[in-house]
Design a protein around this ligand. Structure first.
Ligand SMILES: *Cc1c(COP(=O)(O)O)cnc(C)c1O
Length: 238
C-alpha cells in the first residue's frame, strides 16, 4: 500500500456508506449522489489505489497539477472533474479533459470556454458541462458569483451554446462544526430553485455540488448531487 497507514479503499467505502445513510435519513436515493474524490496533492499511486477501491470520479483544482496526472492515469476507467478556480488563460488546456467544470464564476470565463469548445469541436456539436460557483457566504477570499448577480449571469451564460449549464456549486466558510455549513447549502438549493423557475432555455439545475470531508452529510441532507471529498479518503494533505 503506497500510502502507508491510510487505507484508501476502506475510507472510500466508509464515506459511501455515510452518504447512503445521510440520503436515507432525508428520504433521498443514495444513487442520486455522486462522489468526487479530490486528488489535489495526492500522488498517482494513491489515485490508482482509489480507482481499484471503486472511485469513479476524480477532482483536481489546479490545471498544472492535473494535466500530468490525467495523462498518466487516463480517462478510460474514470472521469475527471475540475473543481478549482479556473483562469481564462488556462482554458485552452482544460477543454476536452474534464467531464464537468464545477467552478465557472464569470461571464468572461464562460465566453472564453465557450469559444474554445466551439473551435475544438470542428463543426460537431460538443458541449462542455459546467456548474456555476456561487459565493453564498460573501467572503472576499472566496471565488464565485454573488447570489444577487446569479440570475442575470445565468441568462447571459445561456447564450454560450457550447456550454451545458447543469447546476450550482459552493464552498462554505471552513468550520469544525458541519452544521455551520447548512444555511449556505440551503441557500444554494433555493437559488437553484429560483433559476429553475425562470425556465431559461438550455439551462438545467439538476446538479448541486456541495459538501466536503467535514460536512458532506449536511450537503446530502440539503440536496447535494455531488460531494467533493479529499481528506476523508486520502488522509490529511501535506
Ligand atoms: C480540496 C477541495 C475539496 C476537498 O476538501 P476536503 O476537505 O479535503 O474534503 C473540495 N472542493 C474543492 C473545491 C477543493 O479545493
Amino acid at each position: 500500500m503506497p500510502s502507508g497507514a491510510v487505507h484508501i479503499g476502506e475510507n472510500f467505502k466508509q464515506v459511501r456508506e455515510r452518504i447512503r445513510l445521510a440520503a436515507l435519513k432525508v428520504g433521498r436515493r443514495p444513487e442520486d449522489i455522486r462522489l468526487v474524490a479530490v486528488t489535489k496533492r495526492v500522488p498517482v499511486a494513491a489515485i490508482r489505489e482509489a480507482m481499484a477501491g471503486g472511485v469513479e470520479i476524480f477532482g483536481e483544482n489546479r490545471v498544472q497539477e492535473a494535466l500530468p496526472k490525467i495523462q498518466e492515469v487516463g480517462s478510460d476507467r474514470c472521469r475527471w472533474h475540475f473543481v478549482g478556480h479556473l483562469q481564462t488563460n488556462k482554458v485552452r488546456q482544460v477543454v476536452g479533459l474534464f467531464d464537468l467544470i464545477h467552478s465557472v464564476d464569470s461571464l468572461k470565463l464562460a465566453q472564453v470556454l465557450d469559444a474554445m469548445v466551439k473551435s475544438r469541436a470542428g463543426g460537431q456539436t460538443v458541449r462542455q458541462k459546467v456548474l456555476i460557483q456561487v459565493n453564498v457566504s460573501g467572503e472576499s477570499t472566496k471565488h464565485g458569483v454573488s447570489p444577487d448577480r446569479l440570475v442575470s449571469l445565468v441568462k447571459e451564460m445561456a447564450q454560450c451554446h457550447s456550454l451545458a449549464i447543469q447546476g450550482l456549486m459552493t464552498i462554505p466558510p471552513a468550520h469544525e462544526d458541519p452544521e455551520r455549513s447548512r444555511p449556505f447549502y440551503q441557500t444554494l438549493r433555493e437559488l437553484a430553485g429560483l433559476i429553475h423557475k425562470e425556465g431559461i432555455d438550455g439551462v438545467s439545475m439538476r446538479e448541486l455540488s456541495m459538501g466536503m470531508s467535514n460536512d458532506f452529510e449536511v450537503g446530502v441532507e440539503e440536496g447535494a448531487t455531488l460531494v467533493r471529498i479529499g481528506t476523508a479518503i486520502f488522509g490529511t494533505r501535506r
